[in-house]
Design a protein around this ligand. Structure first.
Ligand code: AMP
Ligand code: GLY
Length: 425
């Protein structure tokens, strides 16, 4: 009898985790709450909100699960892992205090400063601050961050002084304070680190594309596409990131009363001369980074996640394939503003891998659901087409875009330049 697993959440990340867990030889049954149209094709969906901690705990109990994998940050910050562990259910994802590394940018900065982890300088601004002086200290571009969970929308990076000041003022009005950060230049990469008190392991690094427009212009989004591995993370950069950023954080987290068990997402900025520093920590898998990372794990995904949840990672280290992966997000009209929802999606939306020579492709669903038997859009990031190739990143790109061309959604759009930093047109 294999294991029963519950995945909390309903985005592309959770669909990628569901596909990986369904493929795990040690798993017999995968449940997702609330899931999406894609997860319903391969697992059992339950109409329970990810944010409803009590209902998720009840569901996990009623299903008698062996493991809960928490996708989004909000239930982690609200203490879902603590509640599950209190009744003996292993949960992949940190406890509420550990989750504050993402829940509060101010707390994360404090920890980084204490541990001397390289990161941007910061000013805490309140109603009593001299705002003109503050914005002139480092000059343009300005990086303003609200200290709230805002789904990636609480950050403004701008060359426009008035826009920066406006956002600073409105944030102080609504939250009482705001962070003004020093601008870091360089190239970003995402390092997802599996971590518990027994050890840690970094998964292949990836690169997200956060701006809505081609050439990395326009508003910030949750992420419009990603690829892995990211060549900007050379062996030297990787080693520095591990020794200067991950190791001190792992030592710190493991010395706390309750250890951190889950994914620590390190958002890296890599300067021109190869020095890594931290843009942000997240306490969960990235989205869409998961869609290009989980398929590169060649060992049993459930063994890995369960080992972390039980504090036993050092005895269950994963292995990786040498493949290349790319995912391209299809976004709804209006995104990243309020998206148009409820439109019918046609074409091949199946999440079965289409296998070709040297590669495979799939559709990772995100904001999708059912209406009158049709698959319809329910969110801003609707789905992502993902290509995996054993040959090259170019081939992975070809597979992803071909797969995307087989799906139709009125008004939708995607970036045609995912991977532009490392690939020629
Ligand atoms: P965050 O939510 O902190 O990840 O910020 C969202 C995005 O804003 C990041 O992915 C970066 O592209 C950009 N950003 C955040 N902080 C900085 C910084 N200190 N310097 C340059 N860009 C930043
Ligand atoms: N792709 C960025 C994130 O997951 O926060």
């Amino acid at each position: 009898m294999g294991r029963t697993v519950l995945i909390v959440g309903g985005g592309g990340r959770e669909h990628a985790l569901a596909i990986g867990l369904v493929e795990s030889p040690s798993v017999s049954s995968v449940h997702v709450a609330p899931g999406n149209a894609g997860t319903s094709q391969i697992a059992i969906n339950h109409p329970v909100s990810a944010a409803d901690v009590n209902a998720q705990v009840e569901l996990a109990q009623s299903l008698d699960v062996d493991l809960v994998v928490v996708g989004p940050e909000a239930p982690l910050v609200a203490g879902l892992s603590d509640a599950l562990r209190a009744i003996g259910i292993p949960s992949f994802g940190p406890h509420g205090t550990g989750a504050m590394l993402e829940g509060s940018k101010r707390f994360a900065k404090q920890v980084m400063l204490e541990l001397e982890i390289p990161t941007a300088g910061v000013q805490h601004l309140t109603i009593d601050s001299n705002l003109d002086e503050a914005v002139d200290r480092w000059g343009a571009p300005w990086v303003v961050k609200r200290d709230v969970l805002a789904g990636g929308k609480g950050v403004v990076v701008t060359e426009n002084r008035d826009e920066a000041l406006d956002f600073i003022r409105t944030s102080i009005e609504s939250d009482g304070m705001v962070l003004l950060e020093e601008f870091l230049s360089g190239e970003e990469a995402s390092m997802l680190v599996m971590m518990d008190e027994s050890g840690f392991v970094a998964l292949p690094c990836s690169q997200d594309h956060k701006r809505v427009g081609e050439g990395d212009v326009g508003l910030n989004t949750g992420g419009m596409g990603a690829y892995a591995p990211a060549p900007v993370v050379t062996e030297e950069v990787h080693n520095r990131a591990i020794s200067e950023i991950v190791e001190p954080m792992h030592r710190y987290l493991s010395s706390q009363e309750i250890p951190y068990r889950g994914c620590l997402y390190v958002g890296l900025m890599i300067s021109l001369d190869g020095a890594p520093s931290v843009v942000e920590y997240n306490v969960r898998f990235g989205d869409p980074e998961t869609q290009v990372t989980v398929p590169l794990i060649s060992s049993d995904l459930c063994d890995l996640l369960l080992a972390v949840a039980e504090g036993n990672l050092s005895n269950s280290m994963p292995t990786f394939s040498n493949s290349y992966a790319m995912t391209v997000v299809l976004a709804a009209e209006g995104y990243p503003g309020p998206p148009v929802k409820g439109r019918k999606i046609t074409g091949d939306t199946s999440s079965n891998w289409v296998i070709s020579s040297d590669g495979k492709s799939t559709i990772h669903h995100a904001g999708t659901g059912f209406s009158d038997g049709d698959i319809v859009s329910t969110g801003g990031r609707v789905l992502a087409a993902t290509g995996i190739s054993s040959n090259s990143l170019e081939h992975a790109r070809e597979l992803a875009y071909k797969r995307l061309s087989e799906v139709d959604l009125e008004g939708s759009f995607y970036r045609s330049d995912i991977g532009h930093k490392v690939l020629k047109k």
